[in-house]
Design a binder for this molecule. Sequence first.
Ligand code: IPE
Ligand code: IPE
Ligand code: MG
Length: 246
Amino acid sequence: MFERSAKHQSTVPNHVAIIMDGNGRWAAKRMLPRVFGHREGVKVFKRIVRQCADLQVRILTVYAFSTENQGRPPDEVSFLMDLMEKTFRTEIDELCREGVRVCLLGDRQGFSKRVKELWESAEEQTRGGNRLTLNVAFNYGGRREIVDAARRLARRVHNGELDADCLSEELFANNLYTSNLADPDLVIRTGGEFRMSNFLLWQAAYAEWYFTDVLWPDFSDEHLLEAFAEYERRERRFGRISEDRG
Ligand code: IPE
Ligand code: IPE
Ligand code: MG
């Protein structure tokens, strides 16, 4: 992080993360049940994955279901589980052909054996994809991820495999679900809220944030380009002073 100089961005972000919010309100505006918004949201998700790959984004992380979303009515939770499963069962071959590597970020313990196997085989099948890495944050919580990493490292210290004084930021980051992936450069949140909602708490420490009122099912290719244009105008200083004043 610190080798990078503070300057205006001239390229598309290397790692884009998206909080895909606003599905329920999109449906409510049309007097439809919330699940219609989720279904529409999947169509947008598929399009944005292709657009990111075409624009040469290298990593795309999407927030699809949070650990807190488990608190929604059981019908909605199981609908979202089924939708995720169906989407990846039908998309995986094409994603593989397109050179997309798929990874699941999240707590898998709550998943059925069938869903766990689906993810393992999707990750295995797409392992060679080198055009775009697609991280799907499902049953994901930033705090849970940090606690999981702490637990894993504490166990290694306890077993005498690791000296506590050797625990660095880098080693800690390598024990997160994202392990050795680069941090997000740009985090986009649709749906008009200005909050993190427990997303990538560690990794987004120096990300640029972009908030839009557009509801996720209305998010178009042009909206993504607008977010990238805004990103290009930002000056990332990483705590330093501006090069213009330096
Ligand atoms: C985002 O849309 C999708 C998930 C959280 C699963 P919401 O379902 O949160 O939609 P709103 O925010 O209620 O409109
Ligand atoms: C964040 O949206 C999670 C996802 C988009 C998957 P929420 O709708 O759950 O966030 P809050 O509850 O408004 O903070
Ligand atoms: Mg929401």
